[in-house]
Design a protein around this ligand. Structure first.
Ligand code: PRT
Ligand code: MG
Length: 213
């Protein structure tokens, strides 16, 4: 049995065409079914639905043989025990710093005072500001980062931006782009050895179906 970990939503949706290229069709719609294990047209392949941030953990410990995860989530996890053969070029966005539209970010940084930064992505934020030489107090949040600068909880946020509409709707502006983000295929290293042929077949089919920019 080959088990693939996916999260519902954009990652599931954007992985479907890649699965199709590998001859795999998921037999149930995760938005309609309450099942967490979905069968496919191949008796030896199944999909498990996990929280996006849990995909690397499932694959690391062998709860799944493969998974699809955002680079953001992969960096925060650390990537230990994971073989990362492919950039799938899906679920694209960027990791950015944003502040209130009426705040002067450059001036805030220039004062040298510690910057209060709210984020779900503490590893990425810590590394980015350390490289810049800016001292920060990181405030870990699990959702709605946009609210932090509006309520005085933080001076800035580090969050994912796609269209920019969420920032705009909350009177925030993007002031730095930290990195481009896309989703990656991750594979359990032991599974790759034990189930080499079927896993290689999936990796190769995905590689052939990845859309270039
Ligand atoms: O929702 P949950 O807490 O379970 O997990 P999750 O938010 O990590 O999952 P999901 O499915 O929302 O995101 C999975 C992956 O999709 C992320 O890890 C990213 O790699 C990728 N991705 C691509 C995005 C976006 N685009 C995106 N726009 N993830 C989140 N967003 C959010 C962003 O955080 C912000 O709140 O969308 C909002 C901004 O969107 P715009 O279009 O208004 O700029
Ligand atoms: Mg989300």
């Amino acid at each position: 049995m080959i088990t693939l970990a996916l999260s519902k939503g954009r990652i599931f949706d954007e992985t479907l065409p890649l699965l199709k290229a590998a001859g795999i069709e998921v037999l149930e719609d995760p938005e309609k079914s309450r099942k967490l294990i979905l069968p496919t047209n191949q008796a030896s392949v199944r999909v498990v639905l996990v929280r996006a941030s849990d995909v690397p953990t499932y694959v690391e410990y062998g709860g799944a043989d493969l998974g699809v995860t955002g680079l953001d989530t992969l960096i925060e996890h650390g990537g230990q025990g994971l073989y990362q053969p492919l950039d799938l070029n899906i679920a694209k966005c960027r990791m950015s710093v944003a502040v209130r539209a009426d705040d002067d970010y450059a001036a805030l940084v220039r004062t040298g005072a510690r910057l209060k930064v709210a984020t779900k992505y503490t590893a990425i934020a810590r590394d980015f500001f350390a490289t810049k030489g800016v001292h920060v107090d990181l405030i870990k949040l699990y959702g709605s980062m946009e609210l932090a600068p509006l309520t005085g909880l933080a001076d800035a946020i580090v969050d994912l931006v796609s269209t920019g509409n969420t920032l705009k709707a909350n009177h925030l502006v993007e002031v730095e782009r930290i990195m481009d983000i896309s989703s990656r295929l991750v594979v359990n290293q032991a599974a790759l050895k034990l189930k080499q042929a079927p896993i290689r077949a999936i990796i190769d089919a995905f590689a052939g179906a990845v859309k270039k920019d």
